[in-house]
Design a protein around this ligand. Structure first.
Ligand SMILES: Cc1ncc(COP(=O)(O)O)c(C=O)c1O
Length: 456
């Protein structure tokens, strides 16, 4: 059968105008922002690919659900709808709402972390790592070797290296408060973890008597990759695959700003009664009463409805096709990217595209600025600007100089993707003229957010 284009599986009822700018205006705007894309006003951006977090378009049903939000301090029906929607997909005993994912991590590691402890994962997201390290514990990344090879076409590049995890648990077991797994693995643009691997991690965690916690931010994208790529899963409903994934675990952390189509929110879910009780006490100190956890009743309603919509297979097919389509377009222009494309983002290898710009002149920043100037596209450097500064203030090149194009959910259409590819074509045609940057000012930590750059 002839394969037809995979269309956006929705109609658009409310629109948000994009303010058009000229190339000349953008040259001025990025200069006034000291060539840091975080310093731009979002009104001055045509296509904003800075993050997929909290940037989803809500559906008509979600907007309607907002009005059912009950803002009672305790025992709101909105909480019970939220709790039921979570438990329908993730059968955990206790569900604690939080204002976003990192709040769930902070509560969990205030209880499980501490000096001398070690927490393995495939790859910890930076807030997870930060929350572990803030307690004095260590965060360890044990992703399979293919997961750090940009050209490996392994179908599950987010998998945990089970042999390394087993050795890790044999050597350090007593110091491990829990085993974590991030699905999809954000590093590399959302590379999936197979169901077999999730079961393997679960089996090892159980054998060593350690709780297994899933960071489930992009669980639905992960489940659809399992359906498409894992033997024996193709005929199963995504919601059943999701339930299987979480049935292997003892708890989860979640940012509802990703795969719950919400603009804010998250949760911590746990099976252990004692740990959940301690987490609730902590939640009251830092987030609010356990039936709202730092959220408004209307946010809980948006999440409850979003969880019903996110497992829609037409949506997920379109979602994963979007990053694949952009990836194919870039590859056809000779732009090197991390392959295969993952769920929520496309990562461009700026060092490979701009070999004449040395890493310490920030080729990722040069590409990100060029995409803005040429087409008003905002992306995010993930390379030497972000990771190149050592604690003593000296610099060294990051392992890779990448530019991340993160794709908001249900926000942009195929013509936006085509436009993005056209802008890349122009940047590629003029790439020899691109120059690197120096940093004129930077803070002592997290410099990428506020550094001021000067073109060379
Ligand atoms: C894998 C992963 N874990 C945790 C978080 C933290 O979530 P939040 O931004 O809601 O605090 C993120 C956010 O980007 C993420 O991608």
């Amino acid at each position: 059968m002839k394969r037809r284009v995979i269309i956006e599986p929705f109609r658009i009822k409310a629109v948000e105008p994009i303010r058009m700018t000229t190339r000349e205006e953008r040259v001025g705007l990025i200069g006034a922002a000291d060539y840091n894309l975080f310093a731009l006003k979002s009104d001055d951006v045509l296509i904003d690919l800075l993050t997929d977090s909290g940037t989803s378009a809500m559906s008509a049903a979600q907007q309607a659900a907002l009005l059912s939000g009950d803002e009672s301090y305790a025992g709101s029906p909105s909480f019970f709808r939220f709790e039921a929607a979570v438990k329908h997909l993730m059968p955990f005993k206790h569900v604690l709402p939080t204002h976003q994912g990192r709040a769930a991590e902070a509560i969990l590691f205030s209880l499980l972390g501490g000096a001398g402890r070690m927490v393995p994962s495939n790859t910890h997201f930076d807030t997870t790592r930060g929350n572990i390290e803030a307690t004095g514990a260590e965060a360890h990344d044990l992703v399979i070797a293919e997961g750090t090879d940009p050209q490996s076409l392994h179908p599950f590049k987010g998998n945990m290296d089970l042999e390394r995890l087993e050795r890790f648990l044999e050597t350090h077991g007593a110091r491990v408060p829990c085993v974590m797994l991030t699905v999809t693995n954000n590093a590399g643009g959302g590379q999936p973890v197979s169901l077999a691997n999730i079961r393997g991690v679960s089996e090892l965690a159980r054998r060593f008597g350690r709780p297994f916690i899933i960071d489930g931010c992009r669980f639905a994208e992960n489940a659809f990759f399992i359906k498409e790529r894992e033997a024996g899963q193709g005929d199963r409903a995504v919601s059943n695959i999701v339930r299987d994934m979480f049935s292997c675990a003892d708890g989860m952390t979640m940012s509802a700003k990703k795969d719950a189509f919400a603009n804010i929110g998250g949760w911590l879910a746990l099976n252990d009664d004692e740990l959940a009780q301690a987490a609730r006490s902590r939640l009251i100190l830092t987030e609010g009463f356990p039936t709202y956890g730092g959220l408004a009743g209307r946010d809980l309603e948006a999440i409850a409805q979003g969880l019903k919509e996110i497992v829609d297979e037409d949506y997920l097919r379109y979602r994963l096709r979007t990053s694949e389509y952009i990836g194919e377009g870039l590859l056809s222009l000779g732009v090197p990217i991390i392959r295969p494309t993952g769920g929520h983002a496309v990562f461009v290898d700026a060092r490979g595209l701009l070999p004449h710009i040395p890493p310490l002149q920030y080729p990722g920043q040069a590409l990100a600025v060029a995409l803005y100037v040429e087409g008003g596209i905002r992306s995010c450097e993930i390379g030497t600007v972000m990771f190149g500064r050592r604690p003593d203030g000296t610099e060294s090149p990051a392992p890779m100089d990448l530019v991340r194009l993160a794709i908001p959910r249900r926000v942009y259409t195929q013509s936006h993707a085509d436009y993005l590819i056209e802008v890349f074509a122009d940047v590629v045609a003029g790439k020899q003229a691109l120059r690197g940057f120096v940093i004129d000012w930077q803070p002592s930590a997290m410099r990428h957010f506020t550094a001021k750059f000067r073109p060379l």
